[in-house]
Design a protein around this ligand. Structure first.
Ligand SMILES: Nc1ncnc2c1ncn2[C@@H]1O[C@H](COP(=O)(O)OP(=O)(O)OP(=O)(O)O)[C@@H](O)[C@H]1O
Length: 259
C-alpha cells in the first residue's frame, strides 16, 4: 500500500490474536481481528457480552501488550509512552479524594510534568463546554452519574489524545442522561475530530455515534462486518424503514444470523 493511503488511517489492526493464560488453560479471546479507523473517524464496535470488545480496546490502549498480529497507531506500533491514548470507562475512573478540576487534569498530568496556565485555561474551556463550570470544586461523591461521566469525558479531551477509546461509557446512565451524553460527546468530538473506537452494547447508540459500525462475535472474538452508517449523528429518523432494516440487520449479525 502507498504511504499516502496508509497515512489516512490512524488505527490499523491486522490479524490480531490475543490469548489469556490461566493455570489450567489457554483461552483464545481474539482470533484474527482486522480493523482500520480513519483519521477523524469514529468506529462503533458492537457485539454480545464476552466476545472480546474490551480485550480489543485494552490492546489499543497498550494495557495488553502480549498479542500476535499488528497494531499500529499513526503508522507506529502502539506504545502508551509515545502515543496519547484517551480511555473512558463505564465507571468513570475518577479519584474520590480529588476535586472535579484536579480530576479533569489527571490525564494530562500523566503525559506532561508541568501544567501551565494555557493548559489550565484549556481545561476550564472544556469543562465549561461539558456544563461543569459551576462544579469545579466538588468531589466526585458530590456529583450525579451523568456529571461524573462529564468529568471523565472532559479529562480525555483536555489531554488532546491521538486516539480515543470508549468502553461502554454511558451504559450505567438512565436513558435521558445517556442521550444527553451522546450529544455532548459528539459536540466536543466535532471540534477535535479525534479518531475514536466506541464500544457499546446498544445498536441505537452504535447507529448514533458510529460513522462506521463494526460487528463482533465470539469468543474467540472476530469482526464479522464493518459497515458505513448513514445515520451517524442523526436522531430524528427513527421511523424510517431504512433505519429499522439496518437495526434489524445489526441485531441478526450480533446473534450470528447471516443471510
Ligand atoms: N483475564 C482474563 N483471563 C481469562 N479470560 C478472560 C480474561 N479477561 C477476559 N476473559 C475472557 O475473554 C473473553 C473476552 O472478554 P472481554 O471482556 O474482552 O469481552 P467483552 O466483549 O468486552 O464483554 P462485555 O460486553 O461483557 O464487557 C470473555 O469470554 C472473557 O471471559
Amino acid at each position: 500500500m502507498s504511504k499516502a493511503k496508509r497515512a489516512l488511517y490512524m488505527i490499523r489492526v491486522r490479524n490480531l490474536e490475543v490469548f489469556y493464560n490461566s493455570s489450567r488453560r489457554k483461552f483464545r479471546a481474539l482470533a484474527g481481528v482486522n480493523m482500520d479507523v480513519e483519521k477523524g473517524g469514529i468506529i462503533a464496535v458492537i457485539g454480545p457480552s464476552g466476545c472480546g470488545k474490551t480485550t480489543l480496546l485494552y490492546v489499543l490502549a497498550g494495557i495488553i501488550n502480549e498479542f500476535e498480529g499488528e497494531v499500529l497507531i499513526d503508522n507506529a506500533p502502539v506504545d502508551p509512552r509515545k502515543h496519547r491514548i484517551g480511555l473512558v470507562l463505564q465507571d468513570y475512573g475518577l479519584l474520590p479524594w480529588k476535586r472535579v478540576f484536579e480530576n479533569a487534569l489527571l490525564g494530562l498530568k500523566v503525559k506532561k510534568k508541568v501544567i501551565n496556565k494555557k493548559d489550565k485555561e484549556y481545561a476550564e474551556y472544556v469543562l465549561t463546554r461539558v456544563g461543569l463550570s459551576g462544579l469545579l470544586k466538588r468531589y466526585p461523591g458530590e456529583l450525579s452519574g451523568g456529571q461524573r461521566q462529564r468529568v471523565a469525558i472532559a479529562r480525555v479531551f483536555i489531554m488532546k489524545p491521538d486516539i480515543l477509546l470508549m468502553d461502554e461509557p454511558f451504559s450505567a446512565l438512565d436513558a435521558i442522561t445517556r442521550e444527553e451524553m451522546q450529544d455532548l460527546f459528539l459536540d466536543v468530538w466535532k471540534s477535535d475530530s479525534v479518531s475514536t473506537v466506541f464500544v457499546t452494547h446498544s445498536t441505537e447508540e452504535a447507529m448514533y455515534v458510529g460513522k462506521k459500525i463494526a460487528v463482533m462475535t465470539g469468543p474467540p472474538g472476530r469482526i464479522v462486518t464493518i459497515m458505513d452508517n448513514p445515520f451517524f449523528g442523526i436522531r430524528e429518523v427513527k421511523d424510517s424503514d431504512l433505519y429499522f432494516s439496518m437495526k434489524l440487520k445489526l441485531k441478526e449479525l450480533i446473534k450470528g444470523i447471516q443471510k
